[in-house]
Design a protein around this ligand. Structure first.
Ligand code: FDA
Length: 316
């Protein structure tokens, strides 16, 4: 077993340990670290973080943490958490015109449940979309591992029949993604382009960071040249710069695309982008499932460990 496999296995072990979770929660330093990436567990924490971002002209997309549920009660709880969140955003005047939108993982809404999982997740997503519509905001479907890509894009097509503003995520590391971008680069189509965060086999995904980055640029070219609404989700300074150059080349109005970054990552750069008149949206994860979320993110791709560690020492 090599060093990165060892690290991955250790992190996955730790992700299941209640004792370690309690220790981390109680330790003042680690608690501060967690708070940098996850503003809290309650709806009020997500609403507060959204309101704080608004003070510096940043937009938000909010994720109620959890995924891969095999428990119907948990899937229903997740749906209800989103419904409560959307009601609270509306009440706080933070949802209008898509200012505070939500990001959903279909696996958290029941997609993996045996039997009717796909149907149940779609029904839950539909109810959340209706609440988002009532609150004057939008929904984006997160993209999970490659075995779910077709099902998620199918759910997207279904949801868009009633809610044409539902957004999708495309991961540039997947070999199929250029073709998916071409399919999705049409008018009214909101597409979040990210590199991708899961460990995927070589048969479906580029493995080297150079290949993933050049694939990102190819996808970005398609989206920026198209008629849709590209959402540039990356902290990579080169990709952010290339996105700006492509937008200028295609004479895109700043309202026709946006930048996105994760909560707590490169906050000064987020503010700089918003200050120069571009739309900057921050992805806010919240909820009780933060521990597993952080540990699994680190375990899924050991490179993410340096991603999080770098964030602790860099505020730029
Ligand atoms: P990467 O991690 O390769 O970093 C590239 C460069 O960015 C670094 O070399 C450094 O220069 C700079 N940088 C990165 N982090 C920094 C830091 N903390 N401080 C200073 N500089 C830093 N994934 C997925 O599979 N499905 C999904 O649905 C989503 N959704 C999603 C939404 C949003 C809004 C974002 C931003 C990301 C996602 N992701 C995702 C995660 C995504 O796929 C990816 O894993 C991370 O964004 C990390 O990739 P980067 O593009 O940031 O580059």
């Amino acid at each position: 077993m090599n060093a990165s496999d060892l690290l991955r296995n250790s992190l996955l072990q730790l992700s299941k340990s209640g004792t370690v979770r309690t220790t981390i929660e109680r330790a003042p330093v680690s608690r501060g670290v967690v708070r940098r990436f996850v503003p809290g567990e309650a709806t009020a924490d997500a609403v507060r973080a959204t309101a704080e971002l608004r003070m510096t002209n940043r937009l938000a997309t909010i994720d109620y943490l959890g995924e891969d549920t095999l428990d119907l009660t948990q899937a229903i709880h997740t749906r209800d958490a989103y419904l409560e969140l959307l009601a609270e955003l509306k009440r706080a005047d933070l949802s209008q015109l898509g200012m505070g939108e939500v990001s959903l993982k279909l696996s958290a809404l029941g997609q993996m449940l045996p039997g009717d999982g796909t149907k149940i997740a779609l029904e839950h997503a539909r109810e959340i979309c209706q609440a988002a519509d009532d609150a004057g905001t939008t929904v984006t479907l997160d993209m999970e591992d490659h075995t779910t890509t077709d099902a998620t894009l199918e759910a997207l097509r279904e949801l868009r029949q009633d809610f044409p503003w539902v957004g999708a995520v495309i991961q540039s590391y997947l070999r199929r993604s250029e073709a998916d971008c071409r399919d999705l680069a049409h008018e009214g189509s909101r597409v979040r382009l990210c590199k991708g965060a899961y460990k995927e086999p070589e048969s479906v995904a580029y493995q080297s960071s150079e290949d993933v980055d050049t694939a990102y640029v190819r996808c970005l070219k398609i989206l920026m040249a198209g008629d849709g609404y590209p959402m540039v989700a990356s902290h990579d300074p080169r990709l952010v710069e290339i996105a700006g150059a492509l937008a200028a080349h295609h004479r895109r109005d700043p309202q026709t695309y946006e930048y996105q970054m994760l909560y707590g990552i490169r906050p000064e750069e987020q503010k700089r982008i918003a200050d120069r008149g571009n739309q900057m949206r921050v992805y806010i994860p919240y909820g009780e499932e933060w521990y597993g979320y952080l540990m699994r993110r680190l375990a899924e791709r050991p490179r993410n460990l340096s991603f999080f560690l770098k964030s602790l020492i860099s505020k730029k």
